[in-house]
Design a protein around this ligand. Structure first.
Ligand code: P6P
Length: 322
């Protein structure tokens, strides 16, 4: 589709009215979140609420606000049956007759707001399993292969919706003059060969030897394979994934030595990002299997993640196998 097409027009080509209602209510809610973030320094909503969330993490005021805005807008969509959020301990029923359920990280990377680094809203949408009425945990325990739509809103130098409904990945930039989303990044494809690696190098001592050896490989001098690669790490998943989608490379958040799980959450961070990566021609794994094949068993479970250009994910796997 041609650049400049409105998100609303783009979605008209998708005949699923119920899904469009969910996506458009998200898009409206995230306009509000983006404006709150842009004005955070003025309106005294920076900083923390003094509470900790189910993850045991300090809740930023904007985390809380974003979570409430999304629940309100998704409730108004009348098509969203259930809501799972990093900020809520359990699942929330919104519209008992809704067709879809949504897993959300309302404001990923919020600790970066104070330094004006990119933050974002990440979402994954599947059909509910239970017929009607209140949703339950089991509705959310679906692999990423069941994803109907996934994406994120990145609040950075622009507000951009990166979206896939199963036919590739497209980016829609929010025009701050008329508050409409315009198709600005049609048919995003991750470069097959990446030259950027992204991980928190400070934790290298905690990681298995396979990860350390892959990082050494990335930083070795070898003209024939354009090494050393560049190390880029924002510390905000949406920012690191946005760069990976647009410029290629690999983003890694591994498990610590001897552990199985990394820091990032499966249902509302790693599944949506891996869905996007695969739709854009890349890969997303936990170091051994596709993220989209992992069967969730807990709402807030975590996983290791290796995501990005095919060649670098495959190369990382070579080192992980030892
Ligand atoms: P670390 C932000 O807190 C976050 O959840 C992700 O957005 C980001 O990729 C990761 O944690 C950064 O974690 O341990 O490197 O600060």
């Amino acid at each position: 589709m041609a650049k400049g097409v409105l998100l609303t027009d783009f979605l008209e080509s998708n005949s699923d009215i119920e899904l469009n209602k969910v996506l458009l209510s998200l898009a409206e809610g995230c306009k509000i979140i983006g404006r709150l973030i842009n004005n955070a320094g003025i309106t005294n909503i920076l900083g923390v609420t003094g509470e900790t969330n189910v993850q045991g993490e300090t809740v930023q005021k904007l985390d809380d606000l974003s979570n409430k805005i999304l629940m309100d807008y998704l409730l108004a969509s009348e098509a969203t049956a259930g809501y799972l959020s990093e900020e809520n301990e359990g699942v929330v029923t919104l519209n008992e007759n809704g067709k879809y359920i949504i897993s959300v990280d309302p404001l990923d990377g919020s600790g970066n707001i104070d330094i004006c680094a990119p933050v974002g809203t990440i979402f994954n949408i599947v059909e509910r399993l239970s017929p009607v009425g209140p949703v339950n945990d089991a509705d959310f325990f679906q692999t990423g292969n069941k994803t109907i739509a996934a994406g994120y809103f990145i609040y950075g130098s622009s507000t951009i919706l990166i979206l896939s409904t199963g036919n590739g990945v497209n980016g829609f930039t929010l025009n701050t003059e008329n508050h409409q989303y315009f198709l600005s990044h049609p048919a995003i494809k991750i470069a097959e060969r990446g030259k950027i690696y992204s991980l928190n190098q400070g934790n290298i001592g905690k990681f298995d030897d396979g990860v350390k050896n892959f990082v050494s490989y990335c930083s070795e001098n070898d003209k024939a394979t354009s090494r050393p690669y560049s190390l880029r790490y924002i510390g905000s998943m949406v920012g690191d994934i946005q760069r990976t989608l647009i410029k290629g490379g690999i983003f890694i958040y591994p498990a610590n030595k001897g552990g199985l799980k990394g820091k990032l959450r499966l249902l509302y961070e790693c599944i949506p990002m891996s869905y996007l990566a695969e739709q854009a021609g890349g890969k997303g794994t936990d170091g051994t299997q596709r993220i989209l094949d992992i069967q969730p068993t807990e709402l807030h479970e975590r996983t290791a993640i290796f995501i990005g250009s095919k060649d670098l994910v495959d190369k990382a796997h070579e080192f992980l196998k030892g």
